[in-house]
Design a protein around this ligand. Sequence first.
Ligand code: AMP
Ligand code: MN
Ligand code: MN
Length: 319
Amino acid sequence: MNLLKEAGSPKTIGITGHIRPDGDCVGAVFGTYAYLKNVYKDADIRLFLEQPPAIYSFLKGYDKVDTTFAYPGQFDVFIALDSADIGRIGDADKLFLGAKKSILIDHHISNNGFGDVFCVEPEASSTCEILTRLFEDEYMDVDVAKALYTGIAHDTGVFRYSCTGPDTFAALQKLVAYDFDGSKITDETFYQKTYVQNQLLGRTLLESILFMDGRCIAGYIDRKAMEFYEAESSDFEGIVNQLQMTKGVEVAIFMYETGTLEFKVSMRSNGKVNVAEVSSYFGGGGHVRAAGCNMNGTFHDVLNNLSLHIEKQLESFDQ
Ligand code: AMP
Ligand code: MN
Ligand code: MN
């Protein structure tokens, strides 16, 4: 995709990402904002996103985020980032669908494409990696580079997960040429945890259960605990990855209660099980090794439903 050709000469541009924005989503939204600001100096560029965590407040555009999703007019161009399906952009869907031109850029294997034009690259580590390739050098600057670096770092577990490939490092080579402190970004947005976040992690690990002969591990936080710790969804980031680090485990499951008998489920696989496929049975999606969905029932109901699909995949893998 040639992003600037597709965008044309817009006077108004809207940008959004997925609900409960993660590092890649935040990096992609603010990176695109900083980049398009350099390209279209006179355009009115708006950002629509659920409130991103304060750790990202160093990124250009953070103070410009509109969390109301209210806009009276029609956008010339509206861009959705890091979003596997239209449902993932939440209340921005009307603005996206109502725009003169809607553009999607994403890397989820479960994404079938939506909007007028889309660029979906499931082999890319992150949406920010794709953007690094799409963005033209003459409009790049340190603000764009910092945002894209943040996104790549988050979706690759700081350049570690199997989604990290030669193209990821080629993108990073382009970004680190700009003058910023990359380790400060990964320390302050990825590794550092608040006291409460560490307590939630500790509690989940302590109460986790191992099943399917040690090949599956699951942990959860219920509403009572969330209220006690005054936890938000962003406080759970990284817990599922720590569960996954248990020796012998093929699939790690973490969930937290979003309502009465309603859970947001996160899954991570070490490769044998395609968790995007497991999630798809429950209306979710994601990547082969990292996926999620929303499910109803008790913790044990949800586990039972997921286990059927995980077990089936493990059995066919073992044969
Ligand atoms: P998470 O476990 O929330 O970190 O998400 C892991 C991956 O799965 C991310 O790339 C998400 O975008 C994707 N994902 C999580 N939940 C859903 C969902 N309900 N529908 C589609 N994709 C999801
Ligand atoms: Mn994301
Ligand atoms: Mn992503």
